[in-house]
Design a protein around this ligand. Sequence first.
Ligand SMILES: Cc1ncc(COP(=O)(O)O)c(C=O)c1O
Length: 358
Amino acid sequence: MNFASDNIVGASAPVLQALSSANAGAMAAYGGDEITKRVKARFTEIFEREVSVFFVTTGTAANALALSSAVPPYGLCVCHREAHIIDDECGAPEFFMHGAKLAGLPGVGAKLTAEGVSAYLESLPKAVKQMPPKALSISQVSECGLVYGLDELKALGQMCREHGLAFHMDGARFANALVSLGCTPAEMTWKQGVDILSFGGTKNGCLMAEAIVVFKPELAEALDYRAKRAGQIISKGRLISAQFEGYFADDHWCANARHANRLAKLLSDGLTQLPGVRLAWETQANEVFPIIPAAMDKALRNAGVLYHPWTELSLPEAEKVGPDEALIRLVVSFATREEDVHKVLDIARSVASRQAAE
Ligand SMILES: Cc1ncc(COP(=O)(O)O)c(C=O)c1O
């Protein structure tokens, strides 16, 4: 029972099938092939407008390259202080931005608000000694499993326009957020002012495929050179783009995300019915962040359930984790089996009833 992340599983069958079909025969290298052209056209259809698309193999590469095209070496990129780009990418964004810095702001549930970012921007001294803010990056889904609503995205997009910032979205869990909101990809991105997107595929069924989707044409100008310098122009490029062909066919990507989100809700609802269990943040996509009694944490771990402890940094003061509690993160993937969710719930229930009997 592995709930450690959504990248602990392999690729989905339709993605592997598409890869296997793309494997046959000879085709142009470095993305000059017909499959890559077809998939780029598919992105344009999905986003309902012309977009430039660059395929890469990791989310870190997508984020670092996207930000490098949006932020000059002397600029600041504002993000949440728990953002993947600041905490989990070993400095790759700063490395590829050639000196630019990330400024991590606080925010409940690892989300930023337009007011919070605005207040921060206004507090910055405006002198040649200070790095000027040039971009905002948010994670959709956030690092605490929350999904920005369209109104929140719109407010952030407007704020970016007012302050002259490029708006980047880290969409490592793009599909999970999309089906949670029930909107279109266009509505969740450029219609709210997003300029450049890291579009995740790996966590939701691909083997290793992410795409940088650019809505603001000038940000795409040198991205192919940047990608090449990062070793991200893949010689057998069709084997990356083909994964998206399988991913998009028959709504597979959204079906995968719906499955993961539904099971996350099942897990979340089951856990919160138990005494002593509360949610740190509402379950809005495929991650569950319960605060559970320490005895339940121990029993789950002893039974072989795998998951990570989580930080309470983005919890409101009043909801802090007690000494006999543990804040954990359980991630549900497209491949998680419903029976495994029930097994976790059964273990948690048996601890709860044992504690009630004591
Ligand atoms: C919010 C977020 N962004 C990006 C990534 C992608 O990272 P990787 O470079 O491991 O593919 C992840 C993966 O954990 C993530 O959670």
